[in-house]
Design a protein around this ligand. Structure first.
Ligand SMILES: O=P(O)(O)OC[C@H]1O[C@H](O[C@H]2O[C@H](CO)[C@@H](O)[C@H](O)[C@H]2O)[C@H](O)[C@@H](O)[C@@H]1O
Length: 254
């Protein structure tokens, strides 16, 4: 079935999810939230996002409502997230799930590994030569081609080549391509968090807008829950969809 959602010419074959209140009335829910494109509208570059000043408080209140079963799972590094949010008392994963911490900020799961310096340098030099934005991360690095869409194919090819050389993994996203350690993914972060006592027995719901969130949708489904895709990108693994960031906040409201 294809559904036309209000306001835009946006269509999705997925329906909006039942309300969070309905879900939590039926059983304990664990919520996993992506950041860019889900809680924050996509902007021209990684540093030009507009973060609502009350977002840390909103997340803390949501976590309390879910008895601590809330995690933010972002492609950004934890350090970068902290620049925008401080250290809200919730579970967090950065670098596409490669680095994870508990609400007090203590690391959990396998210690994350940075990518080799040679790979980092190669990406940085490519970005400088092609006038692309380069985003170094504690456990990876990204090349942004939003301002030069004509370079998408070449940038992907370069990242693939570097990944092969250094035994790394390529992550594709919205006008971005990144390198991370092999095996890193948002699914891994969901598994690490679901093993925490506070998440035990809960039904996971993963909300995200981008390709890298598909791993999170699959993991949530494996644990008996589901994924919610955000925006116009057709998801292969989400069960429901929300139209945009505004609708995500509406859905999160008590
Ligand atoms: O997993 P997420 O929290 O959604 O992070 C995914 C990537 O988000 C950022 O890039 C994206 O958002 C930028 C700002 O809106 C946009 O300019 C860019 O085109 C998007 O790809 C972030 O910079 C990346 O590190 C994240 O991996």
């Amino acid at each position: 079935m294809s559904v036309r959602l209000p306001d835009m010419g946006y269509t999705s074959h997925l329906l909006p999810p039942p309300s969070l209140a309905e879900l939590t009335a039926a059983r304990p829910v664990a919520l996993f939230l992506d950041f860019d494109g889900t809680l924050i509208p996509i902007a021209s570059g990684p540093d030009t996002i507009v973060v609502p000043p009350d977002l840390p408080d909103t997340l803390a209140a949501l976590s309390e409502r879910l008895a601590g079963r809330l995690a933010l799972i972002s492609g950004r590094s934890l350090e970068d997230l902290a620049q925008y949010l401080g250290n809200p008392p919730i579970f967090r994963a950065g670098s596409h799930g490669g680095a994870r911490c508990d609400p007090e900020g203590s690391s959990i799961g396998e210690p994350p590994e940075a990518i080799p310096p040679a790979a980092m340098t190669a990406l940085e030099e490519f970005a400088a030569a092609e006038s692309l934005a380069f985003e170094p991360k504690t456990h990876g690095a990204a090349l942004h081609f939003r301002s030069r869409p004509e370079l998408a194919a070449r940038t992907h090819a370069f990242a693939r080549d570097q990944a092969k050389r250094h035994g790394l993994q390529v992550k594709k996203g919205k006008a971005v391509v990144e390198l991370v350690r092999a095996g890193v993914g948002k699914d891994g972060a969901v598994r690490v968090f679901m093993a925490e006592p506070v998440f035990a027995g809960a039904m996971p719901v993963f909300i995200g807008d981008d390709v890298t969130d598909e791993d999170g949708f699959i993991a949530a489904t494996d644990f008996g829950g589901f994924g919610i895709g955000v925006g116009e990108r057709e998801s292969s693994n989400a069960k429901y969809c929300l139209e945009n960031v505004k609708d995500v906040y509406e859905w999160l409201k008590p």
